[in-house]
Design a protein around this ligand. Structure first.
Ligand code: FAD
Length: 120
């Protein structure tokens, strides 16, 4: 791993998105992951909120995630559900998507990006 400009410890959603951003910027980046497979030991995420979907949309990849989960009203505060369907955004909803699906979706998007970068 000494031959890369950046080495990211952890191939969860954060590490994979960071790697994708760095790769798009032309940075030579590698991810090291201690899990031997993509199997996760339990889930720590149940979906994405509106703002995250907006950010993914800015990168043109929101559709890849929306296709894997279920769009629904997920926002809430102190146990009180909030309906944001009248908010002025293209993504006035959340996305139900378990962490293992989220991590796998990130991996597929990252793979596509890397293949695209390699083809340039
Ligand atoms: C109880 C609980 C509930 C949660 N619910 C939600 C939710 O509903 N929605 C939500 O968006 N978020 C939720 N979260 C936060 C959730 O953990 C994050 O959204 C998401 O998992 C963060 O991704 P990540 O890549 O930062 O971390 P992780 O998904 O934890 O990924 C980190 C990766 O790094 C690897 N790693 C760690 N140390 C090393 C090392 N030294 N070397 C190599 N690899 C390493 C791990 O194996 C893992 O694959 C919850 C968290 C907890 C604890």
């Amino acid at each position: 791993m000494t031959g890369h400009a950046v080495v990211i410890a952890g191939g969860g959603p954060t590490g994979q998105m960071l790697a994708g951003e760095l790769a798009l910027a032309g940075v030579d980046v590698a991810i090291v992951e201690r899990r031997a497979s993509q199997d996760l030991d339990g889930s720590r995420a149940g979906g994405l909120h509106s703002r995250t979907i907006e950010v993914l949309d800015q990168r043109g990849i929101a559709g890849r995630f929306l296709a894997e989960g279920q769009a629904m009203q997920v926002a809430g505060f102190a146990g009180i559900p909030l309906d944001i369907s009248d908010f002025p955004t293209r993504h006035n909803y959340g996305l139900a998507l378990e962490l293992n699906q989220l991590t796998a979706a990130c991996a597929r998007v990252l793979m596509t990006r890397c293949l695209r970068l390699a083809a340039w």
